[in-house]
Design a protein around this ligand. Structure first.
Ligand code: C2E
Ligand code: CA
Ligand code: CA
Length: 560
C-alpha cells in the first residue's frame, strides 16, 4: 500500500533547495508589490506590481539608489527602518503615507543576508480611509466637525493623567430650544455651526472646545484662576452675543450659561469633573443669561446629601431606612364629618434627619425608584385600612399622590387593583391625586389608566389645581372626580381680592363639572368661613389638623 505522504515525497524528489533566481521568479508573480535592495539600498529587483504602485512602470531601476529615486520615502521613515533591520536582523512592519502616490502603504521588510533587504508592500488606503472615517464618527461631531462627547471624556482623562491643573468649562446656550421651535431644525443647525466657528476662534494654545450635546460645549483650558477665568468667559459671552445669520433676513443671537469645575481642586476623576461642571452650569442657568459659576463647596454638600439619599433609595430597605406615612384628614367644614384622608410620605432619615417629601420624592422620580417607594407606602396604608375595617367597621377614603411616571406605566392599573384586592379594600375607598402637568394630561396611556381606575370606582383628584397647566380645555374630556384648590389661593383670602375671585369661579367650575371640591392649606377660621360662604365645604389644612401619624389619626377620628 502506498502512503499518501510517500507519493508526495516522490513527486518533489527531483527539485533541490530553491535558488535566488527561483525565489525572485515566484515573487514577481505575487499579487503583492515587492522589491529587493542591496546593502547600499540600491535596487536589485522590483516586481511589476511595485513599479505600478510607485508610478515607475517600464523603468529599469536596477542599480539605482532607493533614496535618490524615492526621496519621499526617507521622511516617511523607511530609511531609518531598513538601517535598523540591517543592524538587528529583526523583520519589521510599518504603515506609511507615501505622499507622491497619495497612498497608505503597509511595508513588511526583512533582511535576507549580506545587508540585503526584501520588501513586500500593500496599498491599504481603502482600509485607512474607513478607519479615519470611523474615528471621525467616533470622536467628531458631524454637524460642527468639533471633537464630540467621547472625545471630551478622553481628553479630560488624558489631562488628569498629565497631572497639571486645568478647568472644565461647560458652556450651554440659552433658549436654543425656542430657536428650533421658532425657525426649525435647519436654522438651529446653522446657528450651532456659526457658534462653533466663533468658539474655535478664541482658543489659545493647548485649549480645546468639544460639542457634547445639542447646544452644549466643553472647553478644556489651563486657566484656573477665578479672575482669569471670569475674563475669558466674558469673551465667550461676547462671541455668542454677536448674531448668526440663519436666512436672508433672519439672524439670531443668544445668551449662554457657564459652569466650571477645576482639577485637582474640585475633583480628580473625569466623571466628577463633568458632573460638577454640570451642577455649576445649572446654577448659573437659574440666574439671568450670560452668567458663569465655579463649582463651590455648598454644591458639594448638596451633591453629597443627594448621593446619600440616592444610595438609600437604591438599597430598597424602605422600612429600615425610616420611611413612613402620615394621614391628613379632609373634613366637611360645616358638619366636621370626615370625608377622607390624604396619605403623605415621611422619611426620618437615619443620618440626615427628617427629610421633606419635596426633597426625596423628586429624587425617587428621577432615579426610577418612585414605583417601589409608592408600592411600599401603599402597603402601609392599605394594611391600616384593612385593620380599621375589621376594628371599626369603616374605612375612610384614602388618597395617595401619584407622579406622572407611575401613570405612564402600563402596569399601573393592574398593580393598584392587585393591591386593593390583597388588602381587601373596596376601590371606592381609594383615591389617586395627580397634578396638572401638560405631559400627564395629554398622554393616552395616562388617560386609559385613569379611565380604567374610574370604571372600577377609584376616584381621581386633580391636585394643586390652578398652579400647573394653563388652560382648562382638558377638563372637558379628562376623567376627574375631584378638584383640590391649591393653598396659594386659600392663603389669599382676606388679603388678595383676585384670589377670592378665582376661588369663587373654581366653585362654580366644579359645580358645572359635577366634581367634588376640596380647599387645601386652610389654616384659619376666616378662611374656613369664606370658603363655606362661597359654597366650598371640603376643607383640608392645619385649621383642623396637620398630617398625623397613623396612631394619632386612628385615636382622634376612628375610635371616637
Ligand atoms: P401636596 O400633595 O399638595 O400635599 C399637601 C402638602 O401641604 C403637604 O406637605 C401637607 O403637609 C401640607 N399642608 C397641609 N395642610 C397645610 C396647611 O394648612 N398649611 C400649610 N402651609 N401646609 C399644609 P408635605 O407633606 O410636605 O408634602 C409636600 C408634597 O410632596 C405634597 O404636596 C406632594 O406633592 C408630595 N408628596 C408627599 N408625599 C408623597 C407621596 O407619597 N408620593 C408622591 N408622589 N408625592 C408625595
Ligand atoms: Ca396631594
Ligand atoms: Ca396639593
Amino acid at each position: 500500500m502506498t502512503r499518501r505522504g510517500n507519493s508526495r515525497n516522490e513527486k518533489q524528489a527531483p527539485g533541490g533547495p530553491l535558488s535566488e533566481q527561483d525565489a525572485i521568479r515566484i515573487m514577481s508573480g505575487l499579487a503583492s508589490a515587492f522589491y529587493v535592495l542591496d546593502e547600499n539600498s540600491d535596487f536589485i529587483y522590483m516586481n511589476e506590481k511595485a513599479a505600478r504602485l510607485l508610478g515607475q512602470e517600464g523603468k529599469d531601476l536596477e542599480g539605482r539608489n532607493a533614496w535618490t529615486e524615492f526621496p519621499d520615502a526617507v521622511p516617511a521613515g523607511l530609511k531609518e527602518m531598513y538601517d535598523r533591520i540591517r543592524e538587528t536582523g529583526i523583520a519589521e512592519t510599518k504603515e506609511i503615507y507615501y505622499r507622491p502616490a497619495g497612498l497608505w502603504l503597509q511595508v513588511d521588510a526583512q533582511e535576507i543576508g549580506e545587508g540585503r533587504i526584501a520588501v513586500l508592500f500593500h496599498d491599504i488606503s481603502r482600509y485607512k480611509e474607513a478607519e479615519t472615517r470611523l474615528e471621525l464618527l467616533a470622536y467628531r461631531d458631524n454637524l460642527t466637525g468639533l471633537p464630540n462627547r467621547s472625545s471630551a471624556i478622553q481628553r479630560i482623562t488624558e489631562s488628569i493623567g498629565k497631572g497639571k491643573p486645568f478647568s472644565v468649562v461647560l458652556f450651554d446656550i440659552d433658549s436654543f430650544r425656542q430657536l428650533n421651535d421658532l425657525h426649525g431644525h435647519q436654522a438651529g443647525d446653522r446657528y450651532i455651526r456659526g457658534i462653533a466657528e466663533r468658539l474655535k476662534g478664541i482658543l489659545e494654545d493647548g485649549e480645546v472646545v468639544t460639542r457634547i450635546g445639542a447646544d452644549e460645549f466643553i472647553f478644556l483650558t489651563r486657566r484656573t484662576d477665578p479672575d482669569e477665568l471670569k475674563q475669558w468667559v466674558q469673551e465667550l459671552f461676547r462671541q455668542t452675543a454677536i448674531s448668526v445669520r440663519l436666512y436672508d433676513h433672519v439672524s439670531f443671537s443668544a445668551s449662554a450659561s457657564v459652569g466650571i469645575s477645576r482639577y485637582p481642586e474640585d475633583a480628580t476623576t473625569t466623571a466628577e469633573l463633568l458632573s460638577m461642571a454640570d451642577h455649576a452650569m445649572h446654577e448659573s442657568k437659574t440666574k439671568r443669561g450670560n452668567c458663569f459659576q465655579l463649582f463651590h463647596d455648598q454644591m458639594r454638600k448638596r451633591l453629597d446629601r443627594r448621593r446619600v439619599i440616592e444610595d438609600d433609595l437604591f438599597s430598597g430597605n424602605f422600612k429600615e431606612n425610616g420611611f413612613a406615612c402620615v394621614f391628613q384628614p379632609q373634613l366637611d367644614g360645616e358638619s366636621g364629618r370626615l370625608l377622607g384622608i390624604e396619605t403623605l410620605s415621611r422619611w426620618d432619615h437615619p443620618e440626615l434627619g427628617v427629610l421633606p417629601p419635596s426633597e426625596f420624592i423628586p429624587i425617587a422620580e428621577e432615579t426610577g425608584k418612585i414605583k417601589e417607594l409608592t408600592i411600599h407606602l401603599l402597603n402601609l396604608v392599605l394594611e391600616k385600612g384593612q385593620r380599621w375595617d375589621m376594628q371599626y367597621g369603616r374605612v375612610p377614603r384614602m388618597a395617595v399622590n401619584v407622579t406622572s411616571s407611575l401613570l405612564n406605566d402600563k402596569q399601573f392599573f393592574s398593580t393598584i387593583m392587585k393591591m386593593l384586592g390583597k388588602w381587601e379594600i373596596p376601590p371606592d375607598r381609594f383615591e389617586i391625586e395627580i397634578t396638572e402637568w401638560k405631559e400627564t394630561l395629554s398622554s393616552n396611556l395616562v388617560l386609559s389608566n385613569l379611565r380604567k381606575c374610574r370604571s372600577q370606582g377609584i376616584s381621581v383628584a386633580i391636585d394643586d389645581f390652578g398652579t400647573g397647566f394653563s388652560g382648562l380645555s382638558y377638563l372637558t374630556n379628562f376623567p376627574v372626580d375631584k378638584i383640590k384648590i391649591d393653598r396659594f389661593f386659600v392663603s389669599g383670602i382676606g388679603r388678595v381680592g383676585k384670589s377670592e375671585a378665582i376661588l369663587k369661579s373654581v366653585v362654580s367650575l366644579a359645580e358645572g363639572l359635577g366634581c367634588e371640591l376640596i380647599a387645601e392649606g386652610v389654616e384659619t377660621g376666616e378662611q374656613r368661613r369664606f370658603l363655606l360662604d362661597i359654597g366650598c365645604r371640603g376643607i383640608q389644612g392645619y385649621y383642623f389638623d396637620a398630617p398625623l401619624p397613623p396612631g394619632e389619626f386612628e385615636e382622634k377620628y376612628l375610635r371616637s
